[in-house]
Write a protein that binds this ligand. Structure first.
Ligand code: THU
Length: 145
């Protein structure tokens, strides 16, 4: 990921954050993913009156990328308000691991402080991610190329 892509990714996450539907937690999250085709797709958290149905911003971004035809995620960014940077939840780390490699960069930043974004790899945040591999107990499942 080059500097321009990094800036675009963080900006896209910040823009999506404005569209968050978070009337219950009031914690607004924006996320964006950079695909192997160089495109960027964004998502925001979408809460529900039935709280458990809430979808995190990262998973909405991944879904948008997949729906547009992308199949690989090269990098991701997450933005939220508050005193702490928004480390993605465990469920979103696992969902990202389905489409991104262990060395994919993950940027986390507080809104308005994009220059101070912290950077991790997915493998750092989710070591030994669960992935099904053909021939390793996965039956006939093969990862798409
Ligand atoms: N949330 C995300 O969007 N991403 C995460 O990785 C963690 C949590 C959202 C879900 C919910 O709408 C709000 O933050 C508070 O949990």
């Amino acid at each position: 990921m080059n500097l321009a892509q990094r800036t675009r990714l963080l900006d896209a996450a910040e823009r999506a954050q404005r569209n968050a539907h978070a009337p219950y937690s009031h914690y607004r999250v924006g996320a964006a993913v950079l695909t192997d085709g160089g495109k960027i797709y964004a998502g925001c958290n979408v809460e529900n009156a039935s709280y458990g149905l809430t979808i995190c911003a990262e998973r909405v971004a991944v879904g948008a990328a997949l729906a547009a035809g992308a199949r690989r995620v090269r990098a991701a960014a997450v933005i939220a308000d508050g005193p702490d940077v928004p480390y993605p939840c465990g469920a979103c780390r696992q969902v990202l691991a389905e489409f991104a490699a262990d060395d994919a960069p993950l940027l986390v930043a507080r809104r308005g402080h994009l220059r101070q974004a912290e950077e991790f790899t997915l493998g750092e945040l989710l070591p030994h991610a669960f992935r099904l591999r053909a021939g390793k107990g996965a039956g006939n499942l093969k990862p798409e190329t």
